[in-house]
Design a protein around this ligand. Structure first.
Ligand code: NAG
Ligand code: NAG
Ligand code: NAG
Ligand code: NAG
Ligand code: NAG
Ligand code: NAG
Ligand code: NAG
Ligand code: NAG
Length: 654
């Protein structure tokens, strides 16, 4: 203990000398801004603060703990607004119970198919909120005190900053008078683990132009991100990063360990975290980042005096009021620092010791269980099939469906890269074990050998899913959906295969030979349809062509011998009817040259289109360019996020 004191004292002394000698001339530490309204801010405490979090459903004890936490934040200041990122109805009804505008629910970010929000999407969305300060806090972390006054002090720093604070050891708080939380929850005897709290560190930053860090935030799932962000923020040096654990009194109510806390609503949630550790590795920074918290400058209080201590650089630095009273500071400094156990608190452990999760990235769901999770109430599933070279188009398609609130889709990955990519993007995906392995080139387009092999994969998967009892809407990724076609397609009922027509003429029948487009069709799960698809698959296996001719020749007969009227066929053996969809509502890529229109979207909407197919164009890049330039594009590959319209959100004025 004595040695400890001596060491700190020497740190303090050398720091004090440095202040005298070089005053505040250091690049790393910001200086105070003397020029404007410092005291106003301090006195009025009217900084607007927006706290973001992603709660779990408000149910059971989790709900109780989250309620306590959110109430503790709102009690800090009338200028605190809480934004909850969640799609769960219990979260919306929780928010409704508060004064309008103090607790908002934001569903308009990217979520995984299990409902976990993406952290990169949360951070991107934060910019839409008008606020002086942003914070991200674990939904089960209660804040007791010190938060507002710390923020008021550091708000004056003339550099942009990022503050981190570790929730405290709750057992130290039991006997405190100001504990505003229920005794019951506090006094449970729990195996408090110090280190897992690092993942529940709260972060706050001032809302300025400077980003938190260099580069792109990977698609992390909320709850696994803090070490990465802090590490990147420190190394990019865009912002002054410091540790405010000792001036912000907070603690986490959740006693579960990191791994335990992940197995919540649906079993085996762990894959999401495995995915994140993959990302950490892929993005060059260790997932359990080696950010050395003991090296961070720390903010401490000393009888109403806020001081910044940079142990690494031997600098002690007063901020806030009374900063002129150096002598008094000196008197108190020994006393203060000696009592700041938290100075060394974070450095007590090495993050390296944290258990690493094994790195095999696999969804723990069979095709059957994925189907039962994602299918809608009528047991209908939207299926698409994609290889890696089409991954951006796949994402644009997924983003579009999500925007239309269509969640019952599933992706069949043609290769391992697509499979992993999809997992990291939160998509329900499975790998077709019998897919040919070499199909992901650039030139896998209509007419090629590759295309023929891929399309045969599709009908086999459709058949498999039909046999599992699910209706399938097969949609290629190069279809843009204007509105939800499922209710219409479902209404055709049993033994009707509903398909897009590839007829490019504007007049005449739409069921002529080889006009059945096997890139967009709906198959009802019944014995007759299954038998019909079975015939198609069998035919395609032995055919040297793609599956598209097999569909037509088997169902409508060679040369169209089974045609009925202008828009149907009837397969005589199974009695399955093929219904060709109205080309004005489901136009293909050639019909009316719609893709050449100046405003494709407006034209299609005017026609009442459900979808438009980006086919009848050769080459992946041309196809991509056509879709992006038309504006029928919903994904930003540089940020790995769905494109959101970010109009400003102003929380309630106080
Ligand atoms: C706080 O209030 C003062 C005066 O009441 C005002 O000058 C100042 O701009 C306000 N600060 C913020 C951040 O709203
Ligand atoms: C928490 O505080 C209690 C009592 O002060 C102490 O016994 C325990 O070791 C602390 N736990 C950690 C992880 O620091
Ligand atoms: C966490 O606390 C609950 C009671 O709130 C208790 O039932 C559970 O066993 C505890 N879990 C752990 C891992 O300590
Ligand atoms: C969850 O917590 C319990 C109780 O502390 C522990 O025995 C168990 O090993 C933990 N499970 C995992 C997966 O870490
Ligand atoms: C962090 O930095 C301190 C002081 O520089 C050093 O003693 C410690 O070993 C470092 N910890 C890690 C995990 O690198
Ligand atoms: C399920 O089918 C019924 C009857 O066909 C229809 O009214 C309903 O909209 C469908 N539900 C969904 C989620 O598609
Ligand atoms: C469909 O076929 C299965 C097995 O071939 C049979 O058990 C079932 O009764 C059939 N359903 C109908 C409606 O014909
Ligand atoms: C198809 O319909 C015909 C006449 O309606 C009927 O005789 C035949 O049994 C049906 N076949 C199947 C497989 O349902």
């Amino acid at each position: 203990m004595k040695a400890f004191h001596v060491e700190l004292w020497s740190i303090w002394l050398s720091g004090f000398l440095l202040i005298l000698l070089s005053l505040y001339a250091t690049q790393r530490l910001p200086s105070l801004n003397n020029d404007h309204g410092r005291d106003d801010v301090l006195d009025s405490g009217n900084l607007s603060i927006t706290i973001f979090t992603a709660p779990k459903p408000f149910m059971d004890s989790t709900g109780t703990r989250q309620t306590l936490a959110v109430r503790s934040w709102l009690a800090l200041s009338p200028y605190v607004t809480v934004v909850l990122f969640s799609q769960h109805p219990s979260v919306a009804s929780f928010a409704n119970a508060f004064d309008s505008g103090r607790v908002l629910v934001d569903t308009n970010i990217d979520f995984t198919f299990l409902g976990s929000p993406f952290f990169h999407s949360m951070i991107a969305k934060s910019c839409a909120y008008l606020s002086d300060i942003f914070a991200v806090i674990d939904p089960e972390t209660v804040i007791l005190s010190g938060f507002i006054s710390t923020l008021n002090h550091v708000y004056e720093l003339d550099r942009d900053w990022l503050l981190v604070a570790l929730p405290q050891n709750a057992s130290n708080l039991d006997n405190r008078k100001q504990v505003r939380v229920q005794e019951k929850i506090l006094q449970q005897n729990r195996p408090w683990n110090h280190c897992y709290n690092a993942e529940r560190m709260l972060i706050a930053w001032n809302n300025k132009d400077m980003p938190l860090h260099n580069g792109v935030l990977p698609p992390f799932i909320y709850g696994t991100h803090n070490n990465w962000i802090i590490h990147e923020a420190i190394s990019s040096e865009f912002r002054f990063v410091f540790d405010a654990s000792s001036t912000i009194e907070s603690f986490n109510l959740n006693n579960a360990t990191f791994e335990n806390s992940t197995s919540l609503d649906i079993e085996n949630r762990k894959w999401e975290y495995i995915g994140n550790s993959h990302l950490g590795a892929n993005y060059g920074s260790f997932f359990y980042s080696e950010a050395n918290y003991s090296n961070l400058p720390k903010i401490l209080t000393c009888e109403n005096q806020y001081i910044m201590v940079d142990i690494k650089k031997n600098i002690v630095y007063p901020i806030g009021r009374h900063r002129g009273e150096v002598n008094r500071m000196k008197e108190n400094a020994m006393h203060c620092i000696a009592h700041q156990k938290s100075v060394t608190r974070i450095s007590d452990f090495s993050l390296k010791d944290q258990k690493k999760i094994s790195l095999s990235l696999e969804l723990p769901f069979s095709l059957e269980s994925l189907l039962s999770i994602t299918a809608d109430r009528n047991k209908t599933i939207v299926l698409t099939v994609s290889g890696y070279s089409y991954k951006d188009m796949l994402m644009s398609w997924v983003c579009r469906l999500r925007k239309l609130s269509i969640e019952n889709f599933i992706v069949s990955a043609l290769d391992q890269e697509t499979y992993q990519f999809s997992i990291l993007q939160g998509i329900p995906v499975f790998k077709d074990p019998i897919a040919p392995s070499d199909i992901s080139f650039d030139d896998c387009h209509f007419g090629t050998k590759c295309f023929q092999r891929v399309t045969k994969v599709k009908s086999r998967i459709v058949l498999k899913i039909l046999k599992l009892g699910y209706n399938v809407l097969l949609s290629d990724v190069d279809t843009y959906w204007f509105r939800n076609p499922i209710p219409l397609l479902h209404s055709f009922g049993r033994a009707v295969l509903v398909a897009q027509s590839d007829e490019y003429q504007e007049q005449g029948p739409i069921n002529l030979p080889r006009r059945l487009n096997s890139g967009f069709y709906y198959a009802h799960s019944d014995n007759q349809t299954i038998a019909a698809i079975q015939k198609v698959v069998k035919h395609a296996e032995t055919s040297g062509l793609s599956e598209q001719p097999s569909f037509y020749d088997i169902l409508c007969g060679k040369g169209g011998s089974n045609r009925v009227g202008d828009n149907k066929c009837k397969e005589p053996e199974t009695n399955v009817t093929v219904h060709f969809l109205d080309r004005n509502l489901f136009p293909n890529g050639a019909y009316q040259n719609l893709w050449q229109e100046k405003n494709v979207k407006a034209t299609c909407l005017k026609k009442g289109c459900y979808i438009i197919h980006n086919n009848w164009i050769s080459g992946r890049l041309k196809k991509l360019a056509r879709q992006v330039s038309s504006g029928l594009w919903e994904y930003d590959p540089s940020t790995r996020m769905c494109i959101q319209s970010l109009h400003s959100i102003k929380p309630r004025a106080h």
